[in-house]
Design a protein around this ligand. Structure first.
Ligand SMILES: NC(=O)C1=CN([C@@H]2O[C@H](COP(=O)(O)OP(=O)(O)OC[C@H]3O[C@@H](n4cnc5c(N)ncnc54)[C@H](OP(=O)(O)O)[C@@H]3O)[C@@H](O)[C@H]2O)C=CC1
Ligand SMILES: O=C(O)[C@@H]1CCC=N1
Length: 290
């Protein structure tokens, strides 16, 4: 049997069977999100020596080499040479120029993966050689510790094998969901941006603990452990959050007194507005840069 890492198909050079051993990857723009996806790809089994990561600043590349043992360069064109999977990790405003720069050097059949908020598959398909398989993904930063969630959807030239390969690579980042493209902005508003909402809540809870006289260290630790424990309880029991909230809220007790203040502060309505704003901003990004 041919080792997975040596299997290829007629469509391009990428190993088949949805295994990741032997998959060569280029990360074009390896900042906060690119680094987290890179960490997930290595966790999925991609070999560090098969990865090249680009950045503008050489010191950023030095950090990536030191942390992950991958090759780093500021030369995007050289990076895509020989790559089976090319992850575009620059800001939405920079994606068009990046594609123009590397389009002619892509390996035939190389799968281009975008993590850019807002930009639709058609944005990539219009700028890349006809038939280039494109996968649009929306990851989140807990991918860095293997606890991310990622949505993905394949473009018109992406075959099942292409999408499955990307899914496999991303599975090292955490959970992967295939979605319809129409839903990806909503996914981004909830899960892509979601870690920021949780960090905001943790910070606010910790600050409140300090207000009540706890030390900063203790207050932050309590806030983090409470979020971790609550997420685990939700996950492991599968119970509805409303039921779990009721189990904390004794009649006439402390919790209902606190929750009333959150309701008075319009926190629930603010979340609805916040996610709508994130979804709308994704659409604006597409209009601004498309
Ligand atoms: N941050 C998040 O939580 C999420 C982000 N995304 C998407 O990920 C993408 C990146 O966002 P984020 O990681 O936060 O941004 P960062 O600014 O952290 O990362 C962008 C990276 O691109 C590099 N870069 C910019 N231009 C070039 C270039 N011409 N050649 C090579 N490298 C370049 C920068 O290099 P240098 O560091 O040297 O300046 C930087 O490392 C965006 O499109 C965003 O929509 C999607 C989901 C979640
Ligand atoms: O803020 C942003 O635009 C990116 C996309 C989702 C999370 N961060």
């Amino acid at each position: 049997m041919v080792p997975v890492s040596e299997q290829t198909d007629e469509h391009g050079g990428a190993p088949t069977n949805n295994q990741v051993g032997g998959v060569k990857m280029a990360f074009l723009g390896t900042g906060n999100m690119g680094e987290a996806v890179l960490a997930g790809a290595l966790a999925a089994g991609v070999a560090p020596e098969d990865v090249v990561a680009t950045s503008r600043r050489p010191e950023r590349g030095a950090h990536l080499t030191e942390r992950f043992g991958v090759r780093a360069t500021t030369d995007n064109v050289a990076a895509v040479d020989g790559a089976h999977v090319v992850v575009i990790g620059v800001k939405p405003k920079d994606v068009g120029a990046m594609l123009d720069r590397v389009a002619d050097t892509l390996e035939p059949g190389a799968v281009v993966v975008s993590v850019a908020a807002g930009l639709p598959l058609s944005f990539f398909e219009q700028r890349l050689p006809a038939g280039t398989p494109v996968v649009r993904a929306m990851p989140n930063t807990p991918a860095l510790v293997g606890a991310g969630v990622t949505a993905l959807v394949g473009g018109s030239a992406a075959r099942e094998d292409d999408v499955a390969l990307v899914e496999k690579v991303l599975s090292g980042s955490g959970h992967v969901f295939r979605v319809a493209e129409k839903d990806i902005d909503a996914f981004g508003a909830l899960a892509g941006s979601g870690p920021a909402y949780v960090f905001y809540v943790v910070d606010a809870m910790a600050e409140a603990g300090v207000l009540l006289g706890l030390t900063r260290d203790v207050a932050r630790r309590l806030a983090v452990e409470t979020v971790l424990g609550s997420a685990k309880l939700l996950d492991e029991t599968g119970e509805h959050p409303v039921l779990l909230r009721e189990k904390v809220s004794s009649p006439g007790g402390t919790t209902v007194a606190a929750l009333r203040k959150l309701d008075d502060g319009g926190v629930r309505a603010a979340f609805l507005d916040a996610l709508e704003a994130a979804r709308d901003r994704s659409r604006e990004l597409a209009a601004e840069h498309g």
